[in-house]
Design a protein around this ligand. Structure first.
Ligand SMILES: Nc1nc2c(ncn2[C@@H]2O[C@H](COP(=O)(O)OP(=O)(O)OP(=O)(O)O)[C@@H](O)[C@H]2O)c(=O)[nH]1
Length: 206
């Protein structure tokens, strides 16, 4: 009889998290998503209807207990939405069953930054909440000479949304993983608040 396989303690089962990438037309939503999922950049521009991408990632377990798995696996289902402006009708499927949002603007287009505020308001209206897990991403950070949106304004907005903020470049592969992982970590922080501290072995029965 062969020896039993050792128990699998390095990872837990996979959890699925659904993310939606929203923003104005041509800010780089597809480019960010494809850079994250496939690690390449397409220079040409094809307006998106809607696409869903899947990527499995490992993250450290939050508040891991002694002897328990230290990493967990997530299957990310990322919906790359069509570009939206303030007049676009929000599809209800972008409000239901989504764990977190990537709001994207382009640092060289002020109106795309303003548009993120409108989009988030629409999501809050549709979900009936006053907060959703999200990350604010200023893409095309390589176009710094054409900058219209200051870092300070974006930091201020992210602070008011209680969310992480990154300037990123899909073209130069800057802060792409960081943006998606920060969102995932924020989602998990909501789902797994810190447990009460472990008690010592001593137990007094009365
Ligand atoms: N310089 C620069 N160009 C970028 C970057 N990301 C995307 N682009 C270019 O911006 C254009 C639009 O990119 P997409 O990724 O198609 O934008 P999108 O937001 O998905 O577009 P829609 O689906 O129409 O809303 C393309 O020509 C990209 O090559 C970047 O980080 N830097």
């Amino acid at each position: 009889m062969s020896a039993a396989a050792p128990p699998e303690i390095s990872t837990t089962s996979t959890k699925t998290r659904r993310l939606a990438v929203l923003g104005f037309r041509a800010v780089g939503k597809s480019s960010l998503t494809i850079r994250f999922v496939d690690n390449h950049f397409v220079d040409s521009y094809y307006p998106t209807i809607e696409s869903t991408y899947t990527k499995t990632v490992q993250r450290p377990v939050r508040h891991a207990r002694r002897g328990a798995p230290t990493e967990e696996s997530f299957t990310l289902e990322i919906t790359d939405t069509a570009g939206q402006d303030e007049y676009s009708i929000l599809s209800s499927k972008h409000a239901v069953g989504i764990h977190g949002y990537v709001f994207v603007y382009s640092i060289n287009l002020q109106s795309s930054f303003e548009n993120c505020k409108t989009l988030r308001d629409k999501i809050l209206d549709a979900t009936g909440t006053d907060w959703v897990p999200c990350v604010l991403v200023g893409n095309k950070a390589d176009l710094v000479a054409q900058r219209q949106v200051t870092q300070e304004a974006a930091e201020e907005l992210a602070k008011s949304w209680r969310c992480p903020f990154f300037e990123a470049s899909a073209k130069h592969d800057e802060n792409i993983n960081e943006s998606f992982f920060a969102l995932l970590d924020l989602i998990e922080e909501q789902n797994n608040p810190p447990p009460p501290p472990e008690k010592s072995g001593l137990c007094i029965l009365v």
